[in-house]
Design a binder for this molecule. Structure first.
Ligand code: DGJ
Length: 746
């Protein structure tokens, strides 16, 4: 068992291959946190606690005259509220008597093999050959009977520990749960940097790293979705941590709605990190006997720097998260109509684009927004999922058939969570959207948000979308969401339950995805929210890939994909080649470079193929051929960041390395070219130091050590925004013939 309870010491020790986690039950039955870090022998670590009388830090009544026992100072596993601990609390309640206190004491525990599902929520699952053990600890407030069950699952080989919490009202009075964190973790020190992924629409997941200072550092979203602004992922690491050195802790939230992650450095240089649903406007009514399940946090520890931490997340999210069979299949190369036609198309125009795309070698034609109702702009028709016969004369079925006759698969865009005021749906059911009485709802992109907390609304969505999917031959669906939530109020919920609407929306979303996505395992679903506005593990449970950003500029994408790579594997990052001047930035980059950058994820095209020259189409075909040959390496290999685009401006480089280290692909883009510039070298990573490798374009054979230590010269002939890809393969393996022209070869 990877989880052990020592009855004498009253410690719980969780062991993964390379990490350990320990908690201890104290004399008064409080649950303390003792350790998370490098794997160590399983001994009682309570010697780390040094009881000290700390002025102005109160002592629980049962501590009697012992002034050294204070919950304000001791490291806690789940901090109680309204009693003794002034730091960030894990829970906030309003009890039947009007008080706010929750004091949880350990009542019992259970250790078992395997891992339970979370009710109504996405979470990691154990595969057959995974060793996973779980632990539940019951913390009960003796006065109110309210109980919090902390759940831990240990993925031993994969160095992952998951956490979640369930609150059960075992008392008699109705309780309001105003905050419940899925994870609280206390560290006895505070010399850490806090790294998080923040940004904005079209510039998601920028990397911010700053040392903790006294007080509280917060990231989060109150937008009803995980958001472009902050990703539900954070790292705490040594100040000295680099890609391959130092202690790093990762916290990733498997949830697609409001979230918060806070790190507090306290008066005694200790650190508390909490992660969970954002408590703002959250108030969940729990009548006697009712319960609430908080979503899962996936924790990882690396004692060898950030790359290893990323690899832990990449592996677990590749293998243990997504329910779709496509997660293990090679994904098609799509051409998407959005930047090619926007709302201005008919079936002949679409077929023309598709026909030319056949020559490029794409697999799937995706019809984006604009095919339904009176949708000639973004002002109307959301909710009316009926084809516009003026645009598609033979309907969706007819178009799909003709696309298939060209030898392509057919994909379709939908945005099921929204409604336009100018739509038949809104006219029939104005109360189906989120809006507060007497306050006209705010618009976003001219649209309103459907109230997914309502079963009848969910049923309508499921029925109308499933009807299309069942009637039409469709192999791919892009599921979009183009505004965030405001006016979170439901026409049918009682007033005491309006504080549940943000969360119930997300539950409704998961519920409709259960009934639409999981019932169509032959369709590849791709997530999107104006690009990466809902790029989170909750969505990745249903959709194996997500449109990474509405920004298709190759140079901006370098940063966006760099940030994304800290938590998410390349196999879930949709990246498309678009035209130049780029529609978002006006920048001009070579088509070769756009292909190299898009191959940092799931390659596709987002352009009007009828406007490409024969030469450009040929180049796209070669890109696709190369990509397909490298697909296994990109999707399943280990990803290495070779440069930090925030610290070094001249070029950005990254590398995919096969698990057996026999093959690698090193890609580099020049981002800031100067005249007569200094010679630069790019050092490979992740190769086998003792093995010998061929490198495309070089006659000699290099040792892995040499490629990682001395590196390769970056050709001075590369101009601004030009790219190069080096294919690296072990001298004792045969390399298949390399298609040329995908990238500049020296
Ligand atoms: C936002 C998406 O990110 C775009 O790719 C496109 O699908 C538009 N929505 C369509 O409205």
């Amino acid at each position: 068992m990877s989880i052990r309870y020592d009855q004498k010491a009253r410690t719980y020790t969780l062991m993964t291959k390379n990490s350990a986690y320990q908690m201890k039950v104290t004399g008064f039955d409080y649950l303390l946190h003792l350790y998370y870090g490098e794997r160590i022998p399983d001994t009682d670590l309570s010697y780390l606690l040094c009881p000290t009388d700390r002025g102005f830090s109160p002592n629980p009544n049962e501590a009697g005259n012992d002034r050294t026992f204070s919950l304000d100072v001791l490291p806690q596993e789940f901090s109680s509220d309204g009693s003794c601990d002034y730091r960030l609390s894990s829970i906030e309640v309003k009890n039947g008597d009007g008080s706010f206190a929750f004091v949880g004491k350990v009542r019992k525990h259970r250790i078992y093999r395997g891992k339970n599902k979370l009710e109504g929520l996405p979470c990691l699952r154990a595969l057959e050959d995974d060793t996973v053990d779980s632990l539940d600890i019951w913390l009960t407030d003796a006065v109110t009977g309210l109980t919090v069950i902390l759940s831990y699952s240990v993925f031993e080989e994969k160095d992952i520990i998951t956490r979640s919490a369930r609150v059960v009202n075992e008392g008699e009075d109705t309780v309001y749960l105003n905050r419940i964190m899925s994870m609280t973790i206390d560290f006895l020190d505070s010399d850490y940097d806090f790294i998080h992924l923040d940004g904005r629409h079209t510039m998601e997941r920028e990397v911010t790293r700053a040392p903790l200072s006294y007080g509280i550092q917060t990231i989060g979203s109150f937008r009803g979705a995980s958001s472009h602004q902050h990703n539900p992922f954070a790292i705490l690491c040594d100040h000295t941590a680099t890609e391959d050195y130092g202690r790093c802790y990762g916290f990733s939230f498997v949830y697609s709605g409001n979230f918060v992650c806070k790190a507090e450095k306290d008066q005694y240089d200790q650190t508390r990190v909490i992660m969970g649903i954002h408590p703002k406007h959250f108030s969940y009514q729990l009548k006697a006997g009712e319960s609430f399940t908080a979503p899962e946090v996936v924790m990882a520890y690396s004692g060898q720097g950030l790359t290893r931490l990323s690899h832990l997340y990449h592996r677990i999210y590749r293998e243990n998260l997504c329910q779709s069979p496509f997660v293990r299949k090679a994904r098609p190369v799509v051409i998407n109509s959005w930047e090619a036609a926007y709302f201005d198309f008919d079936d002949e125009k679409l077929l023309h684009i598709a026909r030319e795309a056949v020559d490029m070698g794409v697999d799937t034609f995706v019809l984006d927004d604009g095919w339904f109702g009176s949708r000639d702009s973004d002002c109307s028709a959301l909710g009316d999922w009926i084809v516009n016969p003026q645009k598609l004369k033979s309907g969706l079925e007819g178009l799909s058939q003709r696309i298939h006759e060209l030898g392509l698969n057919f994909g379709l865009w939908i945005e099921p969570e929204m409604v336009s005021e100018n739509s038949s749906l809104y006219r029939a059911h104005p109360d189906w959207c989120l809006q507060i009485p007497r306050r006209p709802a705010a618009r976003g992109r001219y649209q309103l948000v459907l109230d997914l907390s309502r079963q009848d609304v969910c049923d309508y969505i499921v029925q109308s979308i499933n009807e299309i999917l069942d009637r039409t031959r469709i192999e791919y669906v892009k599921w979009d969401m183009n505004r965030f939530i405001t006016d979170a109020w439901s026409a049918i919920a009682e007033k005491e339950k309006q504080g549940e609407i943000y969360h119930r929306y997300v539950l409704g979303l998961y519920h409709i995805m259960d009934r639409i996505i999981l019932t169509h395992p032959d369709i590849l679903f791709c997530g999107c929210s104006g690009g990466g506005g809902r790029f989170d593990p909750g969505m990745l449970y249903y959709q194996p890939e997500i449109w990474c950003s509405d920004n298709t500029d190759a140079v901006c994408r370098l940063k966006i994909q760099y940030g994304t790579s800290f938590a998410y594997p390349c196999s879930c990052v949709e990246a498309h080649v678009s035209v130049c001047p780029n529609h978002q930035t006006g920048r001009i980059t070579p088509l070769e470079t756009r292909g190299v950058v898009a191959m940092g994820g799931i390659l596709g095209y987002e352009l009007d193929s009828t406007q490409l020259s024969d030469g450009e189409k040929k180049l796209c075909r070669r890109q696709i051929e190369s990509y397909k040959r490298w697909y296994g390496l990109i999707a399943d290999g280990d990803y290495y960041r070779l440069t930090d685009p925030y610290r070094f401006g001249e070029y950005v480089a990254w590398q995919h390395v096969s698990q057996d280290k026999t093959r690698a692909l090193l890609s580099l883009v020049v981002t800031e070219k100067e005249s007569n510039n200094a010679q630069r070298y790019v050092r490979a990573r992740g190769l086998d130091a003792k093995r010998f490798y061929h490198v495309s374009g070089f006659p000699e054979v290099f040792s892995g050590q040499l490629l990682m230590s001395a590196g390769l010269p970056v050709p001075g002939s590369l101009l601004q925004y030009e790219a190069i890809q080096y294919e690296i393969w072990s001298a004792d393996t045969e390399k298949e013939e390399a298609p040329s022209g995908c990238a500049t070869m020296p």
